[in-house]
Design a protein around this ligand. Structure first.
Ligand code: SF4
Length: 388
């Protein structure tokens, strides 16, 4: 039996098993639909040749074209970053060499959480601590069980807990819970509320009865997210005045935690950082990928997406894609498409788990002729002098 890690959601489960004689299978079954679909899509992908403007081209011609697009760009944007640690590092090296900016596909959520953290700080928990210690989990967000299919099995319902045998009480609030959370926070602080919600009494009772309530936050609709997260941060801070409580931000996956942590390690700030002046400069608003593209400040989009098959956004700028080999284009194809190895399937890799506390190794499932984005980026960097 071989153990495999799964890169297809923020949980990064490292306990999937595949009988050794099935290593060549293209239809793996792991008991998680999202994992099955992710592995199947990568294993069944056949594209191994690059595309220039949608037409098949040799690797030599494609790399020459990539070098020429990068050389001609005044401000390239290295974006998407839906990959593993090696993909993120490659994108950051490119931004540093060619004087561009970096952002992530889920940059809005990463930037919002970073802003809240920078302004007020927060008290967070880990997946292991929730599994082993929390006795009340208040689950907030949009369809968490679709995003993380094994959330209950791995974190919420495990009977083998280090500190007690009883799984935590789960209270699901969905994503439309700002009023309820605000009222609960006010009432717990002994403040008057203008209009109460019937449900607040029950939630207050559950929080008061718990020794360690944890607010687990999955992705939220953008228009509600900031206030909900800020309210939870405040609630947890209030509760910690007299006892113990914590937050756990699960993220959306697609390498979001990995991109932010590896960028922070390499440039000191994280995503939404510009490398054009020869030193890194972060601005969570001005360096937003969408803004740079819409304003025309970025004149080349370099999109990294080794984990997702979706094409990059349609933009006016020429686009180079380091992409999943099953990626297809129904609209205008990018100026250049370079199919790359999927981490954890065609090559080994590393991915940070949702809580950012563990870097999970991703063994390769099978040998593949597909190149990895890091090697391609190194080749491009060696072909052109450093910009700044
Ligand atoms: S829950 Fe997520 S990480 Fe775990 S097996 Fe399913 S898709 Fe993979």
């Amino acid at each position: 039996m071989a153990y495999i890690s799964c890169p297809f959601c923020a949980m990064v489960c490292d306990d999937l098993s595949l009988p050794l004689h099935n290593r060549e299978t293209t239809t793996p079954q792991f008991g998680c639909n999202k994992a099955d679909q992710g592995f199947r899509s990568a294993l069944q992908a056949t594209r191994q040749t690059p595309l220039i403007d949608g037409e098949e081209a040799s690797w030599e011609a494609a790399m020459k074209q990539a070098g020429s697009l990068l050389k001609g760009a005044k401000h390239p944007l290295f974006h998407g970053l839906a990959g593993d640690l090696l993909d993120s590092r490659a994108a950051i090296r490119m931004a540093d060499h060619f004087g561009g900016s970096i952002d992530h596909l889920h940059g809005d959520a990463i930037a919002r959480n970073l802003r809240i953290y920078q302004q007020s700080g927060w008290q967070i928990s880990s997946m292991g601590e929730v599994r082993n210690r929390a006795d009340l989990v208040i689950l907030i967000g949009t369809a968490p069980e679709q995003l993380y299919p094994r959330l209950r099995e791995k974190m919420l319902e495990g009977s083998e807990r280090l500190h007690g045998d009883v799984p935590p009480t789960i209270r699901e609030l969905g994503d439309d819970c700002l009023d309820l959370l605000s009222i609960v926070r006010a009432r717990l602080a002994g403040k008057p509320v203008q209009q109460d919600i019937a449900d607040s009494e029950t939630l207050i009772g559950q929080i008061n009865a718990a020794s360690y309530p944890v607010f687990v936050i999955a992705p939220l609709p953008e228009q509600r997210a900031e206030l909900i997260v800020r309210t939870c941060v405040g609630l947890v801070r209030d509760l910690n005045e007299t006892r113990r409580s914590a937050l756990l931000m699960l993220g959306a996956g697609d390498g979001d935690t990995t991109a932010q942590l590896s960028a922070t390690w390499h440039n000191g700030f994280g995503i939404r950082t510009c490398h054009a002046k020869g030193y890194p400069e972060q601005d969570l608003q001005m360096q937003a990928g969408d803004r740079l593209l819409q304003s025309g400040e970025a004149d080349l989009l370099v999109w990294f997406s080794s984990l997702r098959c979706d094409p990059p956004p349609a933009v006016a700028q020429p686009t180079i894609v380091f992409g999943h080999p099953a990626m297809s284009f129904t609209d205008k194809p990018p100026a250049l498409f370079l199919p790359v190895a999927v981490p954890g399937v065609h090559r080994r890799g590393y991915l940070h788990r949702a809580d950012g506390l563990r870097l999970v190794p991703l063994p390769a499932l099978r040998e593949s002729p597909l190149p990895d984005s890091g090697a391609l980026c190194d080749q491009l960097i060696s072909q052109e002098p450093r910009r700044c």
